[in-house]
Design a protein around this ligand. Structure first.
Ligand code: 8X3
Length: 255
């Protein structure tokens, strides 16, 4: 494992779930973390806790990845000591609704597309010029099994995660001569706030993981840290993680 000590890792959507787990996992390896989310009070608390627990530096600020102006401003206003970002974890994302296409409420479509697709593009666009200038960087996108398979009632969410996969692959080709790595970490059933937000009902959300042991945010963070800590000549292009009793997006064995 290559040391992550002293590296600067920027994580979006770090107030909960996979993003928050990534912040802790990188800090545990000695990296300094920039953590952002819409809920700034929470990321500030996370930063405080990380500094106390791991003795690394942590910088927190409000960021809505749907807002390109806000991203550009936040990145250009980063304090000097935080500017040289080594690793970007493009994590912010969400699903809203699980309905047949013709019965779905399009109200949530913009939010999913703007966060999951445009958010990934805008944040990478803001951070890449610095990586290119420094001739070093690693962008790790948090995709999903929904980017590898389409499933019923998931047209828009699956489309956004397929887009993340396409962005990952195209970007990897575009920066191949820049010493910048691009990876995607795609997971299946991970128990976070994801299903609560998607279904808007805690009972229904619990049922998504019923009868099996789902992945945790920490399991996914392990894979993200693995990608970021390979020797310089190795790029992990993609990792797909499933819960042990999950065979595909739609096939799980539940007891
Ligand atoms: C979350 C996993 O299976 O709900 O990205 O699409 S799934």
């Amino acid at each position: 494992m290559e040391s992550l000590k002293g590296k600067i890792v920027f994580i979006t959507g770090a107030s909960s779930g996979i993003g928050k787990s990534c912040a802790y996992a990188f800090a545990k390896e000695g990296a300094n973390v920039i953590i952002s989310a819409r809920r700034v009070e929470i990321v500030k608390e996370v930063a405080k806790d990380i500094i106390e627990k791991f003795g690394v530096k942590a910088h927190a600020f409000k960021l809505d990845v749907r807002n390109r102006e806000e991203i550009l401003k936040a990145v250009s206003n980063l304090p000097e000591e935080w500017k040289a970002i080594d690793v970007l974890v493009n994590n912010a994302g969400l699903a809203l609704g699980l309905n047949k296409f013709h019965e779905d409420d399009p109200t949530g479509w913009d939010e999913m597309i703007d966060t999951n697709v445009k958010g990934v593009l805008f944040v990478a666009n803001a951070i890449l010029p610095g990586m290119i200038e420094r001739k070093f960087g690693h962008i790790i996108n948090i995709g999903s099994i929904a980017g590898r398979e389409a499933y019923p009632k998931g047209a828009v969410y699956c489309a956004t995660k397929h887009a993340v996969d396409a962005i990952t692959r195209s970007l990897r080709m575009d920066v191949i001569d820049k010493n910048i790595l691009v990876s995607t970490v795609d997971s299946g059933l991970v128990e976070t706030n994801f299903s609560n937000i998607r279904l808007g009902d805690p009972e229904k959300a619990k049922n998504v993981y019923k009868g099996l042991t789902p992945l945790t945010g920490d399991d996914v963070a392990d894979a993200v840290v693995f990608c970021a800590s390979r020797p310089a000549h190795v790029n992990i292009a993609e990792i797909t993680l499933l819960a042990a009793r999950q065979a595909s997006a739609t096939i799980s064995y539940r007891e």
